[in-house]
Design a protein around this ligand. Structure first.
Ligand code: SAM
Ligand code: SF4
Length: 488
């Protein structure tokens, strides 16, 4: 293997050559977005009501409209926005919450992002890249608890290059034990070339995720040293365009909230989703808005000057829900349990649970601080978290049917826009939740979960169709008789 330094140098040269031939038009106009979010919006009730009506009709919001709502400073307007966001979530997704777990594979990284515990300059972090056997051990521990969906997270380093990503994803899919299996591996890894994306697509990955961290160029430059790969703003900005070119149709964007003005990032996220939609006919499959968390030996986190309040997180999520109604919104266990419970109502569709972000942490239960990228707030077990979801009336889902049935990219959006996704998704959520209750749940969760399933089957009958309710009942009976992995 090349040394990390040589690998980085070669990559930087190749990226420069790529840019020379393939530069796309920049869709982030920093000055324009700054102006949009600079001053408090003048309260124009007719305009606000119009935007709320437009978003309730699931037509989305432009970056300008998003910015206008985000700058409103009036509690009564925000009450209306929250209520619209909750209704939109109900209309498009119902009460489902899709559950996943992060799996961190490596802490070796050539970049030096100021906010990250894994940055190359952090000498107090233990460096490690999991071997294939260690990956298998992690998957066994995760699937034993009931997980079916993973987001695999990689540092940028020759030890975790595209070949390693492919091998590791295969190993995750191949690790099975009775009902324990992983059915969808999403990937969060540094930007790649089109041919590398084609390789990782061939490993049957689900969604490919890259966070821009901050879309604000001056801030980006400050936080990512220029001589590093991550220092190249445009290499990252168009990463998902290249992934689409390679045929990865579910791509996902995000911003690390707390690096710069959160309103700027929100407008930029909507602009990014729109640019993907303009070029590929489909925007972002999901949007993430992780809030920056303390990390070992990483003082910047407390000094960024852009810390975001809980109240602003509410606003961010609600307005994103209105702006991109068909895009999944991901909230993570970075947030504490109480706030998570509240933020989920406003439009979140996916969250992680029972998470451990130490490298190798699921297998040896050692959540040692020098092995993790940052510190998690909500460390409850999957079963405890599911218990709370049931109490709040949510339907926990481990469904992976869409991508396995080819309902991805444009096709997914077509189904979503016709409302048919909800018809598939609620029954599939019921089936995967039934598997969880039979194979993994504690007795208390099983009891209340069984009741929840009955009420959701009744809903399918009353709100969608008797035929679908009957099919769901039949599949539930098969699952109770030992069949697994049934989906529509
Ligand atoms: N190394 C790859 C990259 O940077 O694209 C992917 C993995 S990186 C470990 C995943 C994400 O973690 C980053 O994109 C960043 O948004 C997030 N992250 C980094 N430092 C963080 C912190 N202190 N708190 C919360 N999230 C953080
Ligand atoms: Fe490396 Fe990603 Fe951390 Fe930056 S955020 S130092 S690229 S792991």
């Amino acid at each position: 293997m090349l040394t990390a330094v040589r690998w980085e140098e070669e990559r930087l040269e190749k990226i420069a050559a790529y840019h020379a031939e393939h530069m796309r038009a920049d869709f982030i106009n920093d000055e324009y977005i700054e102006r949009l979010v600079a001053a408090p919006g003048v309260i124009d009730r007719t305009k606000i009501d119009g935007l709320i009506a437009k978003s309730r009709a699931l037509k989305g919001l432009s970056p300008e409209e998003t910015a206008y709502l985000l700058t409103i400073d009036d509690e009564s307007v925000w009450k209306d926005i929250y209520s619209a966001a909750m209704d939109i979530k109900q209309k498009v997704y119902g009460n489902r919450i899709v559950l996943f777990a992060p799996l961190y594979l490596s802490s070796e990284c050539v970049n030096n992002c100021t906010y990250c515990g894994f940055r190359s300059g952090n000498e107090q972090i233990a460096r490690r890249c999991l071997s294939m056997d260690e990956i298998e051990r992690e998957i066994r521990a995760l699937t034993r608890g009931g997980h079916k969906r993973i987001i695999a997270v990689y540092g940028e380093h020759p030890s975790s290059d595209a070949n390693y990503i492919v091998d590791s994803v295969w190993r995750m899919y191949q690790t099975k034990n009775g009902p324990d299996d992983i059915r969808r591996v999403n990937v969060n890894a540094a930007p790649m070339f089109v041919d590398e994306y084609a390789m990782i697509k061939s490993a049957d990955i689900g969604t490919y995720q890259v966070f821009q961290e901050t879309y604000h160029k001056a801030t980006y430059r400050k936080l990512h040293p220029a001589n590093t790969i991550k220092g190249d703003y445009y290499w990252r900005l168009f990463a998902l365009h290249r992934a689409q070119e390679a045929g990865i149709s579910d791509v996902a964007i995000g911003a690390l909230i707390g690096l710069y003005d959160w309103r700027f990032e929100a407008v930029a996220l909507v602009s990014h989703a729109r640019d993907l939609e303009r070029e590929f006919g489909v925007g972002s499959h999901t949007i993430s808005f992780p809030r920056m968390e303390p990390a070992h030996n990483t003082p910047f986190v407390r000094q960024s000057g852009y810390a975001v309040s809980d109240d602003d997180m509410r606003k961010l999520i609600a307005v994103l829900r209105m702006a991109v109604p068909y895009t999944g919104l991901i909230l993570t266990a970075r947030e504490n349990g109480e706030l998570r419970r509240e933020l989920i109502k406003l439009g979140v569709t996916q969250t992680d649970a029972g998470s451990n972000i130490s490298i190798g942490g699921y297998g040896d239960h050692a959540a040692e601080i020098d092995k993790q990228q940052f510190e998690l707030s909500d460390t409850r077990s999957l079963d405890d978290y599911i218990s709370e979801l049931i109490d709040d009336g949510y339907l926990p889902s481990f469904c992976t049917a869409d991508y396995r049935c080819g309902r991805t990219g444009c096709e997914f959006m077509e189904y979503a826009k016709k409302g048919t996704i909800k018809n598939f998704c609620i029954p599939n959520a019921i089936l995967t939740f039934q598997e969880y209750l039979l194979d993994y749940a504690s007795p208390a969760v099983k009891n209340k979960g069984d009741e929840l399933i009955l009420s959701y089957v009744k809903d399918v009958k009353e709100q969608y169709s008797e035929g679908m309710a009957n099919k769901t009942q039949a599949a539930l009976a098969s699952i109770r008789n030992g069949k697994r992995d049934l989906y529509f």
